[in-house]
Every structure is written in C-alpha cells, then in structure tokens.
Design a protein around this ligand. Structure first.
Ligand code: BDR
Ligand code: CA
Length: 320
C-alpha cells in the first residue's frame, strides 16, 4: 500500500486524478492539502472538502495551504476550470472541518511521523511543498518520492509558449522544489499531448458509472470541453493530473528520462523547465573557472512517453 499526500487545486482534472487514487486498492491517501492555482485557495479548499465528503472520507486530514505564490502575483485559470473551479456546476456547501495545521506544517508532520513512507503528490502550484521544505529541509531525506504534475521539458507550455501552468503560477516554488535534492518524478506536458487525451466515449462511461465522484466529473466536464473546443478539440479531453496519478498507480505505463533540470524564475520565459545537457562545459563571465552546469543542477525523472492504451485501460478500469 502506497501512502500518498495529495496537494491539489481542484480543478476539473484534479478531481479525476483524485477519484483514480480513491478507487485504487493500492493507495492510501494519508492527507490532502490545498493551494491556489486553478482558482483561489478558498475555492479549492471548498472543492477538496466536497470531494472528501462525496467519497465518505471526512476523517482524512484536510490542510488549507497558500493563498499566494512566493514571489509573483496571484494568477488563476477560471477560464479553464470555471469560476468555482468545477466548471460552474452547482455545488453543495461542505461541512467538514479543516486541520488545525496549515498545509506546510501538516506535510512536515506527515513525513516526520512516517519516515521514508510518504509519496508527495502535488498537482497544483508548488508553493506548499516549497514552504514545507524551507521550514524543515530534513523532509527531503525522509520523503519516499515526490511525484509532480508540472513542467514542459521537451515541448511547448500550455499557459505561455514556454511554461506549464503549475510552474508558471509559482516559478520560485517550482525551482525550490526541483532543487531540493529529493527523488522527483515529473509528469510534465511531455506526456499530456493528443495521444493521451481521454475519449468522450470513455468519459461518458465515467460519468454514467455511479461512482462517488462521477456527478462532479460529469457536472464539471461540459465547461472544460467548451474550453478545449477553442482549440478544435471536440472528441476527447486532456487531464494532466490524471497522467501523474497513472504514474503512481502503474509506473510502467511511462518511459522515463533522467534529466538535469532547472526552472526559469525571471523574464519572458518565467516558469520554463530547462533541461541541461549532461557533460557539457560552461563558463560564467564572472567566474573564470569553466564548470559543468549539470554537476550543480538537480537530476530528476521526467516522463517522456506513455503507453496510451495501457493508460486508457487503467482509467476505464478504475472509474467505470
Ligand atoms: C495543470 O494546471 C492545472 O490547470 C491543472 O489542474 C493541472 O494541474 C496543467 O498544466
Ligand atoms: Ca491541478
């Protein structure tokens, strides 16, 4: 059983990814934290409560996280996910209580009390995870793995030509997390292209399944589909966060590349994921000594290719 801490900004695809984890017998969600991102943290926290209540897991610790990014202005994506984060569907008023701990402390507590057992699963901006690391860097040695939905390593971005939304929304947090030296796997946009978009046929079955989260997936889907239709996509949907969930559940769906990586924190390419070729020499004008940049830049796993059929089968098996 994999112990997973989910850090999320629900978000239409977040709900589908979380539904997959709850439907899997191999995953134990030990806690869930929220962050601004697709919409404000007030709304993502409300949505997270609705999710936990719908699956009957009010006992799972829900920790509210960051209202703002570390060093850029707050920017959200209601045009993708709706003003309420769930496609503007009518939503109930959730009743469950929040953890007395804010997200960074709750994450630290979970890792310290379960050494080498927790997989962090951030599928929103990385602000909470960066703050947890900055407050207690020991967690970098005590976490099992950090599986992130974020970045665009060998492909264009989705919010700017160079940046993926989660990294763009808090590039400084992304660079802090990428550089922290813990084992990282990135489900980046490299595996979120046309070939991994889920067909309407599968989605219709998901919505009709009667599973606890299917009313929310079905309620939010039309808005998300209308957004995708702006790009000429009518018969399928892209759900980046579910690719990250698929990696947690069946890692052999993916081809992994080991890459030295850093995230741009300034300028017109803010939030870009920059892979650094191994072994190449560089020379800084201020520092006369040549150096190999990759010796000082973190090495991470990047998912670069997926077995689409295996991924679709997994989604269908869990959610229909
Ligand atoms: C990521 O940004 C959000 O819109 C999605 O929920 C996903 O986590 C994709 O770039
Ligand atoms: Ca998300």
């Amino acid at each position: 059983m994999k112990k997973v801490w989910v850090d999320t900004d629900p978000g239409v695809d977040d709900v589908v990814a979380i539904a997959m984890l709850f439907e899997s017998p191999d995953i134990e969600i030990v806690g869930l934290s929220t962050v601004f991102g697709n919409v404000t943290v007030d709304l993502t926290t409300k949505n997270a409560k609705i999710i936990l209540e719908a699956v009957g897991k009010k006992s799972i610790q829900l920790a509210r996280g960051a209202y703002f990014p570390l060093n850029v202005r707050l920017d959200t994506s209601p045009f993708v996910h709706g003003d309420n984060g769930l496609g503007n569907m009518p939503l109930p008023e959730p009743k469950m209580k929040e953890s007395p701990f804010l997200a960074p402390q709750a994450i630290i507590n979970a890792i310290l009390s379960n050494p080498n057992e927790i997989t962090l699963f951030p599928i929103g901006p990385l602000t909470n995870i960066a703050m947890a690391y900055l407050m207690e860097p020991k967690i970098a040695d005590l976490v099992k793995e950090v599986v992130i939905m974020g970045g665009a390593v060998h492909c264009p971005g989705n919010i700017t030509p160079t940046a993926e939304a989660n990294f763009f929304h808090d590039p400084h947090a992304a660079q802090t997390v990428i550089g922290a030296g813990w084992p990282i796997t990135l489900a980046s946009l490299d595996v979120c292209g046309q070939s991994s978009m889920i067909s309407n046929e599968i989605m219709n079955k998901v919505v009709a399944s009667g599973k606890p989260l299917s009313p929310y997936i079905g309620g939010a889907l039309p808005f998300y589909q209308a957004f995708l239709s702006n790009f000429g996509i009518y018969d399928k949907v892209d759900f980046p966060d579910t690719l990250a969930a698929a990696y947690l559940l069946e890692p052999d769906i993916f081809t992994i590349e080991r890459t030295h990586l850093f995230i741009e924190t300034e300028g017109s390419c803010l939030g870009q994921s920059i892979p650094v070729p191994a072994g190449k020499w560089y020379q800084d004008s201020k520092n006369k000594k040549p150096y190999k940049a990759d010796e000082t830049i973190s090495l991470v796993n990047v998912l670069v290719k997926e077995n689409s059929q295996q991924y679709f089968d997994l989604v269908e098996r869990l959610l229909t």
